[in-house]
Design a binder for this molecule. Sequence first.
Ligand SMILES: NC(=O)C1=CN([C@@H]2O[C@H](COP(=O)(O)OP(=O)(O)OC[C@H]3O[C@@H](n4cnc5c(N)ncnc54)[C@H](O)[C@@H]3O)[C@@H](O)[C@H]2O)C=CC1
Ligand SMILES: N[C@@H](CC=O)C(=O)O
Ligand code: NA
Length: 434
Amino acid sequence: MNTLKVALLGAGNVGSEVARILLEDSEVLASRAGSHLELIGIAVRDTESKRAEHIGHELLTTDAEALVDQADIVIELIGGIEPAGSLVARALRRGSVVVTGNKALLAERGAELFQLARDNGGHLGFEAAVAGAIPILRPINESLSGDRITKVMGIVNGTTNFILDAMDTTGADFGDVLKQAQDLGYAEADPTADIEGYDAAAKAAILAMLSFHADFRIGDVFREGITSITAEDVDAAKDAGFVIKLLAIAERLDNGVAMRVHPTLIPREHPLGAVHGAFNAVFVEADNAGELMFYGQGAGGRPTASAVMGDLVSAVRRLTRGIGAAKDADAAVEVNQSNIKALGIENVLTSYCIGLTVTDRPGVLSRIAAIFADNGVSIEQMRQTRGFAEDDQASILRIITHRGSEQALAKTVESIRELDVVSHVNSVLRVEGN
Ligand SMILES: NC(=O)C1=CN([C@@H]2O[C@H](COP(=O)(O)OP(=O)(O)OC[C@H]3O[C@@H](n4cnc5c(N)ncnc54)[C@H](O)[C@@H]3O)[C@@H](O)[C@H]2O)C=CC1
Ligand SMILES: N[C@@H](CC=O)C(=O)O
Ligand code: NA
């Protein structure tokens, strides 16, 4: 049996688990892959760090470039655009197998890196980049390659699901739960990427690239995070039979693909309503397959390392069988097959749940209803959720609309905001699955 040299870049939450598996399970991995996998080094920023100590100093180096140049296989788990991007490109130019979990990088430079892999007979595996342990990218790219995908919708960020779930089930405070998510290894190095929706937007772009075979980027994705979600929003959603989830949606419309990430009200009985903690779930709709659902652990070092190892073993199997990665049509990612355009959110159909504080006097409801009618938006539910004593003159209204164009809904909210009887627009959240 031959031996292939593996370089690991980064020894954080995921990298340290990958190192552990490579060292502990080396015999099983060799029998599955058909080659011994020798971990020749681990590039870290600081060889004296606590985590590095845990792994063992003899493998550690701060010279990532030299390590890449000695390896047959490079596993990039540093994260971020640079130096990760240059190191991945360097390895691909050498024709190496590269495995990464770096969605931020792929959502900026995916097309270029896939091309580099093709041009140099290398291979780029990135199943870990979307929804952690869940096999979702290879099913889309390979199993569904004979079908036409129309929509992908799911919970793809474990940190925000963990936070929203805790707010919903225990009424926990946002800040405390974020700290727990960080301690559990779910959050990005800068958790702004999670809570402001950038991580989910990168994943939406990658899902859309593979589903619609076009070079989409994170900048094509409409994005709203969860930082403006309050305990009151969570309670109001509960009261109406909904739960708030951060959803990533990429859908095929008549003239292109619309990609969006935003907090969304989901009926509690919807399958996505039952996704708790850092779990993720993704629905895929295709013309012939119909609706598919993928569910599992979407974040955390160990589950994510499982996806990394899966990419690694399957790429090595092909190498061992002498199948050059460039000739491996199954594994090739084609993102330039279609001229399909990225569309703005104004093109999508959705429904809104609008919370308003209004002056409690006769005629208010009809003035509000008239604005909806003027914009062609129909109301599914209008409910006065709390009334005060007459002289307090304020009540809270919750309005859920039928599906309408995002443009018309946004215009409706703008006009309502200007009404003198509306003292405050408390929240505007989109609704799906109702
Ligand atoms: N933590 C998770 O649940 C998941 C993470 N990912 C992705 O996996 C990658 C790694 O994530 P984590 O392990 O959570 O991050 P982390 O922040 O825990 O680890 C990154 C490691 O890279 C090291 N590093 C930074 N710059 C370096 C450099 N110039 N040279 C060598 N090492 C350097 C850091 O010291 C750190 O140990 C990221 O791309 C992340 O988005 C993907 C799926 C899930
Ligand atoms: N920070 C990410 C990690 C996995 O991709 C998340 O919380 O989902
Ligand atoms: Na995955």
